[in-house]
Ligand binder design. Sequence first.
Ligand SMILES: CC(C)(COP(=O)(O)OP(=O)(O)OC[C@H]1O[C@@H](n2cnc3c(N)ncnc32)[C@H](O)[C@@H]1OP(=O)(O)O)[C@@H](O)C(=O)NCCC(=O)NCCS
Length: 168
Amino acid sequence: MIWTIRRLDGVADRASFQSTSNELNSWLAKQANQAQKKRLASVFIASPVDQPTCIAGYYSLAPWQIAFEQAPVKVTKRLPRYPLATALLARLAVDQSFQGQGLGGVLLIDALKRIHLAAQSVPVQVALVHAKDDAAAAFYRRYGFEPFADEPLHLFMAMGTVEQLFAD
Ligand SMILES: CC(C)(COP(=O)(O)OP(=O)(O)OC[C@H]1O[C@@H](n2cnc3c(N)ncnc32)[C@H](O)[C@@H]1OP(=O)(O)O)[C@@H](O)C(=O)NCCC(=O)NCCS
């Protein structure tokens, strides 16, 4: 399958999206548009190349901040003791009819690429993900995200690692 990934627009059929998570389906149908309009989050959707109205998967990115003391030592080493600016991958879901075809992985890499490119203009220290449950956390760990010691559903990847992924 060939996917196109673009920012959420008025063409896409948000109401028909059905992942296994009611919460993520409902957020896309009812809140994603407003969140994007209010600049609280950017939402990116994947469609099969010949079906632009179909949303096969989506993710959202948002700015986030964590306290210096909360951040992993490997990230804060040699940094001043200020809160850390981060890019948060807050949601990621694939429609049930498209699961198991690699789209979740494609969306995750696309999100990291966008964080990498954005960070060249407005730097952040880490990419964060908030996993909704243990299975989601396991999905992220496969790609190199590390859990916070005190909050295993919150995972991070240092920007140095993100940069290495996309090094020429
Ligand atoms: C998690 C989710 C996004 C994965 O999407 P997908 O398109 O089915 O995943 P992919 O086909 O890209 O799988 C990529 C790899 O991750 C693995 N994987 C998929 N789901 C996994 C899970 N829950 N736990 C561990 N590994 C998982 C796959 O086996 C695959 O590995 P492989 O490359 O060795 O075959 C999808 O199942 C989903 O939408 N779940 C409900 C919402 C959710 O949990 N979102 C997560 C963030 S809150």
